[in-house]
Design a binder for this molecule. Structure first.
Ligand code: UT7
Length: 339
C-alpha cells in the first residue's frame, strides 16, 4: 500500500496529533506597574513604552509551580473531556521547578491522580512549551502513547531579583496546558521546528543552585540564585530567531504568512512581538498579544495565550495557528496547528 501523504505538508502521514483540550491558570494577585513604582526606581511610563507590560500575576507564597500546573491541567482535561487516568504521559516545561528533583511533572501526576501516566520535565526556558509539544507529538505519532498532557508552568517571581529593575518588571507567574491525542481527522499539529545556540548561554541564565555552583553562603551573597539577562543582546537574538523559526515552519508546510489566522508569539516584550510580526509581513490583526496583562511567563506564555485565544473565539476550528517562541539557552521554536 503506498504511504499516505499529509494533504498540507506532503510528508508521510504519521498519526494525526490533535490538541483536544486546553487550559490555563493565572494566580489572582495582580502586581501593577504602579505597585512596582513603590518598590524600585522605575515608572509606569518606562515599563509600558519599553515592554508593553502593564501588570503581571504573582503566585501566593504557598503556591508552587506544580500547583499552577495542576490548575491549568484540570481545565485542559475538562476541555478534552477526559479523566486523569486516561493520561499516558505528562510533560512539564519549566525553569522554575518546585525543586531540583523529583520532577514537577511527577508532583503534578500525584496531584491529578494520573496513576497510569509516565512523567518528566523538560527545560528549554521560554521555548519549553513548543519543545514539549514536539516531544509529545512524536510519542503520539509513533503509537507509543495515545494521550499526552503538556504543561508550561512557571513561578518566575521565585527567581527574579526584586531589587533589579532591569529584570523584575518583566516577568510573571502562570501556567498553560494542552492535551494531545490521536484523532482520525485532518486537523492537528502540522509541523514543529526547534533550534538552540549554547554559545550564547550566558545572555540569560541563573548560575546558582546547580552542580556548577551549589547553594552556599557565598553564592547567596553574590545573588547567583537570581535570573540575569543581557536585555539588548537577548532582544536582537529573539527577533532574528523567531522570524527564522516561523519562516522555516511555514516553508515546511508550504504556507504563506497570509494564510495563518492567528500568530501566537512568546509574550516577552511588545516591541519584540511587533518586530517579529512586521518582519514576517503579518498584519497586526493576525498577531495575538496579551503581554500587557501577564508579562513574560516564560514556558507558560504561549500556552496561556493559546488557551485565551481559543476561549475568546480568536482561534476557531479549522484555523491555522502559528506558535513561535524564544528563550534562554538560547533556544527557539515554532509550531503550526490546524485547529
Ligand atoms: O523571554 C526570554 C526572552 N527575553 C527577552 O526577549 C527580553 C529581551 N529584552 C528586552 O525586552 C529589553 O532589552 C528590555 C525591556 C529588557 C530593556 O529594554 P531596552 O530598550 O533594551 O533598555 P536598556 O537595557 O537599553 O536600558 C535603558 C535604560 C538604562 O539606563 P541607562 O544605563 O541608559 O541610564 C537602564 O538602567 O533604562 C534603564 N532601565 C530602567 N529604567 C526604569 C532598565 N530597567 C528600567 C526600569 N525602569 N525598570
Amino acid at each position: 500500500m503506498p504511504m499516505l501523504k499529509h494533504p498540507r505538508t506532503g510528508r508521510p502521514h504519521l498519526r494525526t496529533v490533535s490538541i483536544t483540550g486546553v487550559g490555563s491558570y493565572l494566580p489572582s494577585r495582580i502586581l501593577t506597574n504602579q505597585d512596582l513604582e513603590k518598590l524600585i526606581d522605575t515608572t509606569d511610563e518606562w515599563i509600558t513604552s519599553r515592554t508593553g507590560i502593564k501588570e503581571r500575576r504573582i503566585a501566593a507564597p504557598h503556591e508552587a509551580t506544580s500547583d499552577l500546573a495542576f490548575a491549568a491541567a484540570k481545565q485542559a482535561l475538562h476541555d478534552a473531556k477526559i479523566s486523569a487516568d486516561q493520561i499516558d504521559l505528562i510533560i512539564v516545561a519549566t525553569i522554575t521547578p518546585d525543586m531540583l528533583f523529583p520532577s514537577t511533572a511527577c508532583l503534578v501526576q500525584q496531584k491529578l491522580g494520573a496513576c497510569r501516566a509516565a512523567a518528566f520535565d523538560i527545560e528549554a526556558a521560554c521555548s519549553g512549551f513548543v519543545y514539549a509539544l514536539d516531544i509529545a507529538a512524536h510519542f503520539v505519532q509513533s503509537h507509543t502513547y495515545d494521550t499526552v498532557l503538556v504543561i508550561g508552568a512557571e513561578k518566575m517571581s521565585s527567581v527574579v531579583d526584586w531589587k533589579d529593575r532591569n529584570t523584575c518588571v518583566l516577568f510573571g507567574d502562570g501556567a498553560g496546558a494542552a492535551v494531545l491525542q490521536n484523532r482520525p481527522t485532518a486537523h492537528g499539529l502540522l509541523t514543529t521546528c526547534l533550534g538552540a545556540d549554547g554559545t550564547k548561554a550566558t545572555l540569560l541564565d541563573m548560575p546558582g543552585g546547580g552542580s556548577a555552583c551549589p547553594a552556599s553562603t557565598e553564592s547567596l551573597g553574590k545573588g547567583m540564585h537570581f535570573l540575569r539577562m543581557d536585555g539588548k543582546e537577548t532582544f536582537k537574538n529573539a527577533v532574528n530567531a523567531m522570524v527564522s523559526a516561523a519562516t522555516e515552519a511555514l516553508n515546511r508546510c508550504g504556507l504563506t504568512v497570509g494564510q495563518i489566522h492567528c500568530i501566537i508569539p512568546h509574550q516577552a516584550n511588545q516591541r519584540i512581538i511587533s518586530a517579529v510580526g512586521e518582519r514576517l509581513g503579518a498584519t497586526e490583526d493576525q498577531v495575538f498579544v496579551n503581554v500587557a496583562k501577564y508579562g513574560n511567563t516564560s514556558a507558560a506564555s504561549v500556552a496561556i495565550a493559546l488557551d485565551e485565544a481559543v476561549r475568546t473565539g480568536r482561534v476557531r476550528r479549522g484555523d491555522l495557528v502559528l506558535l513561535v517562541v524564544f528563550g534562554a539557552g538560547l533556544t527557539w521554536g515554532a509550531a503550526i496547528i490546524e485547529w
